[in-house]
Design a protein around this ligand. Structure first.
Ligand code: ZN
Length: 399
């Protein structure tokens, strides 16, 4: 518990979220809700640590930049059908359970990508004040899509002859960011099939200006070369999914302020539930391989990658999917410190959380302790030892 007294934590290893090498034998000093210091253990340090995590790897709390709180990752078709149309009251319990899962997994911040009823927005306003869920939750409310195109389950289209930008400007909902849908879904039947963009570059650019006038960032569901090219050109803040966007777009992203949230784990989730030997099983496996090639390319070109899972889609479970996405980044060639940065500091930068996602003086005391050293990573993400948000312990599973 935070007190006026400073809290001294002994850390076996620290992956501080910056992407720099893991440091061994460190002391983290916490004052109230913030980090005051992080330095190597000194010879002659005689003070006993208040919290001895000498056998743990410490990292900032996880950040999942793409979730849908209204859906569970379970495959049960009846349950999915219900969740895709349920009214708010019974849905509130589902949202609460998903937030519990995030906290149990060491997730300190999430960014919701929208739902048809803006249930996550209402839940945030009505249930979250009071501190039962101390994680940071940013919501999009309902996404914007073109009439007749993909996106009905997560949003609505501009109405009554309104353009996209007018709709964004006119909306008075207390959302944290704007979500736009600018392509279709990935085909699970025809490998590499691309869909047309939903909006023009000009429409998107005007929407970004309208969003920025409301002090909001724009996250865009978008797959395929042409839709992604328009989305980057329009100055949107993040490319969500970005399957089959192609090398030219990675070169553009490397020079742009735009983040990429690859959500590769969605294909791993589908793969688990596709009938063995089916066309679908083959296509999702190849989609995943292709996306991992893109992740490799993004790393080599210096694209800003943030971890997002699309939790709620089939086989992608709130909380634990973050570990799986990190696993996939490692498979695609990211080093451990780089993957940690994608799941912490990069997510914080994308969400506009200036004091989050790094273990350094001046940052929030939000820490996740994983048993064992770097060689146990990322398996140890499945059973974290201790989790602290703003200096408050959320769980401590040490025996
Ligand atoms: Zn999504």
């Amino acid at each position: 518990m935070p007190t006026d007294e400073n809290l001294f934590i002994r850390a076996g290893w620290v992956a501080d979220g910056s992407g720099n090498a893991i440091q061994k034998d460190m002391v983290i000093e916490i004052q109230g809700e913030g980090i005051r210091g992080c330095r190597p253990v000194r010879e002659g340090d005689c003070r006993r640590p208040d919290l001895d995590l000498g056998d743990c790897l410490l990292m900032p709390g996880l950040i999942d930049c793409h979730v849908h709180l209204f859906m569970s990752g379970k495959a049960d078709p009846d349950m999915r059908q219900w969740q895709l149309a349920a009214p708010y009251d019974p849905m509130a319990e589902v949202l609460a359970a998903h937030l519990d899962q995030h906290l149990a997994s060491g997730v300190a911040a999430i960014r919701d990508g929208g739902d048809y009823g803006a249930h996550a927005l209402r839940f945030k306003q009505e249930e979250m004040p009071g501190g039962r869920w101390p994680l940071t939750v940013h919501v999009a409310g309902r996404a914007w899509r073109q009439t007749g195109r993909y996106g009905k389950l997560i949003g609505r289209s501009p109405g009554n002859g309104q353009g996209l930008a007018q709709a964004v400007a006119a909306s008075t909902e207390a959302v944290d960011h704007i979500k736009i849908v600018n392509s279709g879904l990935n085909s699970l039947k025809i490998y590499g099939k691309q869909t047309a963009p939903q909006f023009s570059t000009e429409e998107l650019r005007a929407a970004v200006q309208a969003a920025e006038a409301r002090d909001k960032k724009v996250m865009v569901h978008v797959n395929g070369a042409e839709p992604v090219q328009r989305t980057i050109a329009a100055g949107c803040h993040s490319i969500e999914h970005g399957f089959f966007m192609g090398t030219d777009n990675f070169k553009r992203l490397a020079d742009a302020p735009t983040f990429w949230v690859p959500t590769a784990v969605t294909m791993a989730g589908y793969a688990r539930h596709a009938p063995p030997g089916s066309i679908e099983a083959d296509v999702v496996r190849r989609n995943l391989d292709h996306q991992l090639d893109q992740v490799r390319q993004a790393r080599e070109l210096g694209v800003k990658v943030a971890v997002g899972t699309d939790a709620g889609t089939i086989g992608v479970h709130h909380g634990r999917a973050v570990r799986e996405e990190i696993d996939l980044l490692l498979t695609a060639g990211f080093t451990i410190p780089e993957a940690v940065r994608c799941a912490t500091r990069n997510g914080a930068l994308l969400m506009g959380l200036s004091r989050t996602g790094k273990i350094a003086p001046g940052f929030r005391a939000t820490l996740l302790a994983l048993p064992g050293g770097p060689e146990a990573f990322p398996q140890n993400l499945s059973a974290p030892a201790l989790f602290m948000i703003d200096g408050h312990t959320q769980f401590d599973h040490r025996a």
